[in-house]
Design a protein around this ligand. Structure first.
Ligand code: ZN
Length: 160
């Protein structure tokens, strides 16, 4: 069975940056996604099309087809009182916030003063070339409800 839209795919993968540092990995068949539903970054989804179980791929994904380019406008200074008063904010701390379109974004504190916090809301992997070593572990047709929801159900996937 080939990987096409409306199929559930199990992958083992290792993701490294250009220095060979491992950013993320799953080697126990715990990663599943619904193909054609933008569950994964475009550069990876595109290369997996028409592949089958047992195929091993090395895929280099540009920032444009990964987590986007870094945007300097996403580095900004905000008033200290936007953060909980009882929290000690230190550079490197990560917060979750709601983005302009209601989506969840991750915000990293870069500099902290008494009155302001400089934050970076770029994705941590924005602007980085991504190197995936991928093996296709399983492919199955998606259930109608999975297609309707746009994500995988079941023991390894999304639970309701
Ligand atoms: Zn669902």
């Amino acid at each position: 069975m080939k990987i096409t839209d409306r199929h559930v795919v199990t992958l083992n993968y290792t993701l490294t940056d250009n220095d060979g540092t491992v950013i993320d990995q799953a080697q126990d068949s715990s990663f599943v996604y619904l193909h054609g539903a933008q569950n994964i970054i475009p550069g990876l989804e595109k290369e997996l099309a028409d592949k089958k179980v047992g195929d091993k791929l090395t895929i280099k994904v540009s920032p444009e087809e990964g987590y986007g380019l870094r945007d300097d406008k996403r580095v900004e200074e905000v008033p200290r009182e936007m953060f909980p008063e009882d929290t000690d904010i230190e550079p490197g701390m990560v917060f979750h916030a709601e983005g302009p379109n209601g989506e969840m974004i991750t915000v990293t504190a870069i500099e902290v003063t008494e009155t302001s916090v400089k934050i970076d809301s770029n994705h941590a992997l924005a602007g980085i070339e991504l190197n995936f070593d991928v093996e296709v572990m399983a492919v199955r047709a998606a259930e109608p409800v999975e297609i309707e929801h746009g994500h995988v159900h079941g023991p390894e996937g999304h639970q309701h």
